[in-house]
Design a binder for this molecule. Structure first.
Ligand code: IMP
Length: 203
């Protein structure tokens, strides 16, 4: 991982491209970056093509999205890649977390697939990972990772959050990410931790 040191990043300038076509993700990132006075623009607003996520790691996928956007827009760009890593499944669904939900993005189905794959296994530990990648048009890059450890429960519980949240119980809590308020999740999540590292490295 090429995590940048505190305050060591090159300047970002006035506009940062959020290299995502997911409006929810863009809105969440814009809120997190608000205090830093950076103007953000989304890849969709600039009509940039969405590259295929062909990387074998979260880092590779985050980098390929950020680098493609920075090259095309000639502006610094930020991308994120995240997923659920299940110990007893050798790290799956991992970078395929979104794809396990199928074309309909059905996470009830994806959670059932995880549960089925875990049948007969006693280790229910898992963690969420988020890797943020920054890329500049001149080819420079930096990445920041965050993770949160927990265990998988069945049946899923709670209506908050998204994706695998209702079956993920973070260590130290007796509630799933689906049962806690979004503000609580956002204070402790893998994404929050990766952002904390990024913000610390801003000039
Ligand atoms: P990405 O958009 O390619 O990074 O895919 C991320 C996928 O990982 C999402 O579709 C979710 O399935 C899963 N994921 C990532 N972060 C979370 C989270 O905070 N809660 C639940 N699921 C998550």
């Amino acid at each position: 991982m090429t995590d940048a040191q505190r305050g060591s990043l090159p300047p970002i300038g006035e506009r940062l491209v959020i290299a995502s076509h997911n409006s929810g993700k863009v809105a969440e990132i814009a809120v997190l970056l608000e205090p830093f006075g950076l103007g953000v623009v989304s890849a969709a607003e600039l009509d940039l093509e969405e590259p295929e996520e062909t990387g074998a790691t979260f880092e590779a996928n985050a980098l390929l999205k950020a680098e493609a956007a920075a090259r095309a827009a000639k502006l610094p760009a930020l991308a994120d890649d995240s997923g659920l890593v299940v110990t007893a499944l050798g790290g799956e669904p991992g970078v395929y977390s979104a794809r396990w939900a199928g074309p309909e993005r059905d996470f009830t189905l994806a959670m059932a697939k995880v549960e089925q794959a875990l049948e007969g296994k006693s280790d229910r530990s898992a963690h969420f990972v988020c890797v943020l990648a920054l890329a500049w048009p001149d080819g420079r890059t930096a990445t920041f990772a965050g993770r949160i450890d927990g265990s998988l429960v069945w049946p899923p519980r709670g209506e908050h959050g998204f994706g695998y949240d209702p079956m993920f119980q973070p260590d130290g809590l007796d509630k799933t990410f689906g049962e806690i308020e979004p503000v609580t999740k956002h204070g402790m999540s893998h994404r929050a931790r990766a952002f904390k590292a990024l913000v610390a490295a801003l000039p």
